[in-house]
Design a protein around this ligand. Structure first.
Ligand code: SAH
Ligand code: SF4
Length: 359
């Protein structure tokens, strides 16, 4: 990276913020005020903040156009509401023009933000619109944090009494392919002095990047792990998830067992039901064997139609669920809320014509 390129203040963890200020002759004490302004109050313009003179002087000299530091403030280029009003999807334009999506969902009295970790995705899952776009670039921590700040700002406008308490890394991209930036961002997002979303309310969803799962196990990561499985045999899975060739099913399940042993945490397995591909009674029975002994919750996701694949008939989906439940696994259906606004993964960015849906 160019040593003189400006940095985003949203990229820094708290101790880095202390160091940055110290390098400019501002004592640690002021880092708290700056942190609160950025993350607790979500300020987008620091010049109007009521800071003490040393911090104010530092900001005037260092933050802004043509200066050493800037704030991540993505521009909203599109916003779509579901007809029930409970899901809002935002297309956000980043500094270099890349467009990503962030979704705010509010149901059952809980509000959840679904956050992107990359522009595009390198993993190429055949049923996923983001995967079909290919990989563009990783997001910086600040670009991840800014999505949450945006969602929180919107929630405040909708209902000032409501708090954003849940986060899922299930937007565009594969979070464990960009693990350093994602972990840095989640540390910032869960900091109690700032955004303060509890680590146990944060889920990282991965297509099965085994080194990332091992790292989460070794570090006893406080975040929840969700693994997108979609197949009960190597063949079945690889037909849907090409990276299964790199991290085969057996290796992935081994890493999940290890994760369970080391952390004692439950793993959420996501299963997108696709007609004729992974929704048969035989597949359900094999899945039961595969997950034997793992503390697993299975989330069945009705396919959002993208390109040539059909969602399962609800009959086969319910039979699938029944088999898993009979074997003792908690197994639930992901609600299809928001599908009428093309809130399915990757769908909006890939197809902006979906905007014509009533909101
Ligand atoms: N890359 C990560 C997180 C983003 S995708 C992952 O794959 O887990 C989040 C979830 O959406 C994954 O479970 C993925 O399989 C699912 N998904 C992608 N495309 C979908 C579609 N067209 N219909 C339903 N679910 C989809
Ligand atoms: Fe990437 Fe996840 Fe889509 Fe697969 S499902 S292409 S890993 S975003």
């Amino acid at each position: 990276m160019d040593a003189t390129a400006p940095s985003s203040l949203h990229d820094f963890g708290f101790s880095e913020m202390v160091d940055v200020l110290a390098a400019g002759g501002v004592i640690a004490h002021h880092a708290k005020a700056l942190w609160r302004a950025l993350h607790r109050d979500g300020r987008q313009d620091l010049t109007s903040c009521d800071f003490l003179p040393p911090l104010k002087r530092w900001i005037d000299a260092n933050v802004g156009e043509g200066k050493a530091f800037f704030l991540d403030a993505p521009e909203v280029v599109d916003e779509i509401h579901s007809s029930d009003g409970l899901t809002r999807k935002f297309l956000l334009r980043l500094g270099d023009g890349q467009v990503i999506e962030t979704v705010l969902m509010g149901y059952d009295g809980r509000h959840t933000v679904c956050v992107s970790s990359q522009a595009g995705c390198a993993m190429g899952c055949v049923f996923c619109a983001t995967g079909q776009m290919g990989f563009v670039r990783h997001l910086r921590p600040g670009e991840i944090v800014a999505q949450v700040l945006h969602a929180r700002r919107i929630l405040k406008q909708i209902d000032p009494r409501k708090r954003l308490r849940n986060l899922v890394m299930m937007g565009m991209g594969e979070p464990l392919h960009n693990i350093n930036a994602v972990m840095q961002a989640l540390d910032i997002i869960s900091d109690v002095r700032g955004i303060n979303i509890g680590p146990s309310k944060i889920a990282i969803s991965t297509v099965g990047v085994v080194p990332g799962i091992r790292r989460m196990a070794e570090e006893d990561s406080p975040y929840r792990l969700a693994v997108s499985l979609h197949g009960s045999t190597e063949e079945e899975r690889a037909a849907l998830v090409p990276v299964s060739q790199r991290w085969p099913l057996e290796m992935l399940i081994g890493a999940c067992r290890e994760y369970g042993r080391k952390t004692g945490k439950r793993i959420f397995f996501e299963w997108t039901l696709i007609e004729g591909k992974n929704d048969s009674p035989e597949t359900a029975a094999r899945l039961v064997d595969l997950l034997d002994g793992i503390d697993a919750h299975i989330n069945l996701i009705p396919l959002n139609p993208t390109s040539g694949f059909a969602g399962s008939a609800s009959r086969s989906g319910h039979a699938f669920q029944k088999t898993l439940r009979a074997a003792g696994f908690p197994c639930t259906f992901r609600q299809r809320r928001g599908i009428d606004v093309a809130a399915g993964c990757g769908m909006l960015k890939a197809d902006r014509r979906a905007r014509s849906v009533p909101g």
